[in-house]
Design a protein around this ligand. Structure first.
Ligand SMILES: *[C@@H]1O[C@H](CO)[C@@H](O)[C@H](O)[C@H]1NC(C)=O
Ligand SMILES: *[C@@H]1O[C@H](CO)[C@@H](O)[C@H](O)[C@H]1NC(C)=O
Ligand SMILES: *[C@@H]1O[C@H](CO)[C@@H](O)[C@H](O)[C@H]1NC(C)=O
Ligand SMILES: *[C@@H]1O[C@H](CO)[C@@H](O)[C@H](O)[C@H]1NC(C)=O
Ligand SMILES: *[C@@H]1O[C@H](CO)[C@@H](O)[C@H](O)[C@H]1NC(C)=O
Ligand SMILES: *[C@@H]1O[C@H](CO)[C@@H](O)[C@H](O)[C@H]1NC(C)=O
Length: 832
């Protein structure tokens, strides 16, 4: 709480200091020191959102790497393994994770653990409960953990220091034992995945001490695997591991003792050569003991950990390919270089004054790069690890879930990382080709539950409208427009057997133009018919946008029409109990009915209290997938969903009584805490004043949301990071922008940074946003020196061209968007 307050006041200070620095900028042309431009990785605070419910993964990974090596804890919130609260015990260092997710604990597979002082091999506590212990803490009480992009380290209370780094499919661990350790030992845990869901665990200890074939695996090699439960879906997956060891600065030689363990009982191997253990126990793995370094007081042992979703042999061969030399510092610095490459494509600057960076500015930079960093952890590049079919296309997993990420994460990626974006798109299309429908939520190679519609649709559309086939670099990206379009049409036209996992309930959608309560036959506890109606409408809008780009005029018309089906669930008569008169009209459920015409033969709307799922819900209901009360809305109230029509905000204004009533309604929503920053359907709301010609209100509101709900502490996120969705939301808020997915338009406001540069490696352009004047409200915009008609939105063309967009600022909150400057909506002429 105190930290949040400090951060808030830091922002206020910035406004003052930025006015001062603006004034002196003209006099001092000398470039100031902005060290993060060279090394943005050093401004990443990986621990934001690692306590409470952020579930952020702070360990070692490449951008979108499959390996996410990290510390696991016994925290109840260990969805990403880690918990930044030192009261929780460390339980191991596992290789795969997700970030910011809910559901059950995902992917905490194959934990390694080291011992400095067991009294004997058999007495080493191998069980996860018996072995766990706390991390050391610093003087301020924080755990002695450190993280930077591509690297993680911690000191445990048994005096062992653990360091982790990663390539795409291989982790490298370094265990440094306390001085005088006579029997350094390392355990490889095959079964504990975070959920204890393993079946058929298998562990092999190979070639110990065999001198043939070039020495075999002199220092032992542990291979293993098992079948595990998915996190947010009904499926199970198989994963395999291959671990080899090397002494740092000395010849490790063969293990002095080794064997497998079941539960808390290690059993020493009886013979040389290969051992195979099979077990149905919930705790299973291998334990090896090595000689300490003969020459130095401290012993460091490297463990190279390959992981595969195909086979143990593949885990071994990729590990050998990716990290032949066991050179920890090399792997670590190459990982950091990859991070600096991607983070460095968005450069934030404070202008040209020679003034030193203030603490407030430093914090803003830290906030920005930490947020941007979190948008590049998931999805993960599992290319070569898809167990379901062979393909030469990329395979990305940890799409957890598209519902969370389509709004802001992919539009941000489109601006600076189009190559990764194109590979994710190709992977999605390949999934559609083999499974029939585009993926929605996916983790550990299996389908998870739907949250909304088929939300790959707006992601594919966002890519294609920004990188159309007519653009010069399109062919280099390897995306087939016809395959992309076919994949979209499948979602739009063919109902899958289980639309709760992929695709949509389109038969009803096509027949009625909305999802009626009675038609939900599958779909888990909460079948979310109203929110799905709104999502399906947006999905069809996305498809219409693609149809336009591809010159399919009839389809474009058809889907643009379907995009207006949100009107079918608008009930103009509903008000909020105890609420003001001007908040009238809500998205609502249609009750059971049988005949199509007239549409509501017996005139029934079913009523959902608009406060349902909000903090004011008298029934205290939740709208999660397993919600007990089923009222048709997912993870947000009818009040929130009644503002959720990104494709036609102008129509919402009309339905809600015009601009003034709309603004009053938004104010009422914020003031009464119906805006819910923890879930994405609310995210556009601060910027919706743009559509009512009051962009200044958006600026104020969006800054307030950022400053109240996000900060740099471990508790700095309002909820789950949702695979980086919250990170992208915070990044856009800092940049003073909000994207309209599947369009070529971007809502603009003022950034906290006077200069922002986007480097786009596909267009080979740098697009610069600059502010002049004082204040935070946009008064005028020029693009490449020419006046631009709107202060509320800009066109994607500025990124294609590498334009300079100059925003003239003012202290006047009441300014409008300019003549003809309102952002587009379907009902006011549509999208260019
Ligand atoms: C950490 O482990 C110790 C020893 O098993 C246990 O007493 C303690 O409760 C654990 N801490 C938490 C927060 O569970
Ligand atoms: C752990 O201990 C080492 C050696 O004492 C120290 O250099 C390091 O900063 C400590 N913290 C972490 C997180 O590694
Ligand atoms: C992929 O190809 C390999 C090599 O031909 C084969 O062994 C494997 O079974 C194939 N995998 C699938 C899922 O078809
Ligand atoms: C209205 O919704 C409630 C709760 O979901 C349900 O029990 C009821 O059957 C519905 N009524 C009609 C007429 O559809
Ligand atoms: C509406 O009509 C349907 C079909 O005739 C019927 O099942 C349902 O009970 C009717 N609802 C009401 C409230 O009359
Ligand atoms: C990118 O642009 C720069 C400067 O405009 C130019 O020097 C370079 O050759 C271009 N690179 C490519 C790959 O087109």
């Amino acid at each position: 709480m105190i930290l949040r307050f400090q951060f808030l006041s830091a922002f206020l200070l910035l406004f003052i200091s930025s006015f001062v620095s603006q004034a002196s900028a003209q006099d001092t042309p000398e470039a100031r020191t902005e060290p993060w431009i060279q090394d943005p990785a050093s401004y990443v605070n990986a621990f934001i959102g690692t306590v409470n419910v952020g579930h952020v993964f702070p360990g070692a990974t490449l951008p979108h790497g499959m390996i996410k090596a990290g510390l696991d804890t016994d925290s109840p919130g260990n969805h990403a393994g880690y918990d930044g609260d030192p009261q929780y015990n460390a339980t191991g260092f596992s290789q795969l994770h997700d970030t910011g997710t809910g559901g059950s604990i995902p992917l905490s597979n194959f934990k390694l653990w080291a011992y400095a002082s067991c009294t004997s091999f058999e007495k080493c506590p191998s069980g996860i409960v018996q072995r766990k212990l706390k991390r050391k803490t610093r003087d301020d009480g924080s755990p002695d953990d450190y993280a930077s992009p591509g690297y993680f380290s911690t000191n445990l209370t048994n005096d062992i220091r653990v360091e982790l780094t990663a390539t795409r499919r291989t982790a490298l661990h370094r265990y440094t034992f306390p001085a005088g350790t006579a029997h350094p030992r390392i355990l490889v845990d095959i079964a504990n995945d975070g959920q204890r869901s393993a079946t058929y665990p298998q562990v092999l200890i190979d070639q110990v001490g065999l001198e043939s074939e070039g020495g075999g695996y002199q220092s032992g090699r542990v291979r293993g695997g098992a079948e595990f439960a998915a996190s947010f879906g009904p499926g199970r997956y198989k994963a395999y591991v291959c671990v080899t060891f090397k002494g740092e600065g000395y010849e490790l030689g063969k293990p002095t003792e080794y064997g497998a363990y079941s539960n808390n009982y290690p059993v020493r191997g009886a013979r040389n050569g290969e051992q195979v253990y099979l077990s149905s126990g919930s705790e299973h793995g291998a334990l090896l003991e090595f000689i300490p370094s003969p020459s130095s007081a401290v012993t460091s042992i490297l463990a190279r950990v390959g992981v595969s979703f195909i086979s143990t042999n593949q885990a071994c061969s990729t590990a050998e390919e990716e990290i032949q030399d066991y050179d920890f510092e090399r792997v670590k610095s190459e990982a950091r270089a990859q991070w600096n490459d991607v983070l460095g494509r968005v450069k934030v600057r404070f202008g040209d004054s020679a003034k030193r960076t203030t603490e407030t500015e430093r914090e803003l930079v830290e906030h920005f790069y930490s947020s941007l960093y979190r948008t590049h952890i998931a999805p993960a590049d599992y290319t070569g690890e898809n167990p379901h079919w062979n393909s030469t296309e990329p395979y990305y997993d940890s799409l957890y879930c598209n519902w969370d990420t389509y709004r802001t994460l992919y539009p941000l990626m489109a601006m600076h990382d189009p190559v990764t974006f194109s590979k994710i798109i190709r992977g999605m299309i390949d999934i559609q080709k083999h499974e029939g429908w585009l993926p929605e939520c996916r983790g550990a190679t299996v389908k998870h539950y739907m949250q909304g519609g088929s939300n790959a649709d707006p992601i594919l559309a966002d890519f294609l409208v920004k990188y159309p086939p007519s653009s010069s670099s399109f062919s280099s990206l390897g995306v087939s427009p016809s395959d992309l379009y076919a994949a979209l049409l499948r979602d739009a036209e063919d109902q899958p057997p289980n639309w709760n996992l992929q695709g949509r309930e389109v038969d009803v959608w096509k027949e009625l133009g909305y999802i009626a309560q009675s038609f939900a036959s599958v779909g888990g506890a909460n079948t979310k018919w109203v929110s799905r109606t709104l999502e399906y409408a947006f999905d069809d809008f996305a498809i219409a946008q693609v149809a336009k780009v591809l010159g399919k005029t009839e389809d474009a018309e058809k889907y643009m029409k379907r995009a207006q089906n949100f009107l079918n669930v608008w009930n103009p008569d509903v008000t909020v109990p105890g609420g003001p008169d001007f908040v009238k009209g809500m998205m609502q459920t249609h009750a059971f009915f049988t005949s199509l015409k007239p549409r509501f033969a017996n005139g029934t709307w079913n009523h959902t209290d608009p406060r349902h799922c909000s903090i004011h819900d008298p029934e205290k209901a939740t709208c999660f997938l397993n919600a007990a009360r089923r009222d048709g809305f997912y993870e947000a109230s009818p009040i929130v969903y009644s503002q959720y029509v990104p494709q036609d905000s102008a129509k919402l204004i009309e339905l809600q009584g015009g601009a003034e009533a709309f603004i009053n309604r938004l104010d009422w929503i914020f003031e009464n805490l119906y805006f819910d920053v923890t879930n994405e359907p609310s995210h556009q709301m601060p910027f919706m004043h743009h559509y009512a010609n009051r962009p200044g209100l958006s600026t104020s509101r969006s800054r307030k949301v950022l400053e109240e709900h996000f900060d740099l502490t471990k508790d700095g996120l309002p909820g789950n990071d949702d695979s980086g969705a919250m990170g992208s939301y915070a990044a856009f808020s800092l940049l003073g922008m909000y994207p309209l997915p599947a369009t070529r338009q971007l809502l603009i406001s003022s950034s906290y940074f006077p200069v922002v540069e986007f480097v786009n490696p596909v267009y080979n352009t740098t697009t610069t946003f600059k502010t002049t004047g004082s204040g935070i409200f946009v008064k005028g915009v020029t693009i490449d020196g020419e006046p631009w008609r709107s202060t509320c939105f800009i066109e994607w063309a500025v990124f294609e061209k590498g334009s300079v967009v100059e925003l003239e600022l003012s202290e006047d909150e009441s300014l409008g968007c300019g003549e003809g400057g309102l952002p587009p909506s379907i009902s006011t002429g549509g999208y260019a």
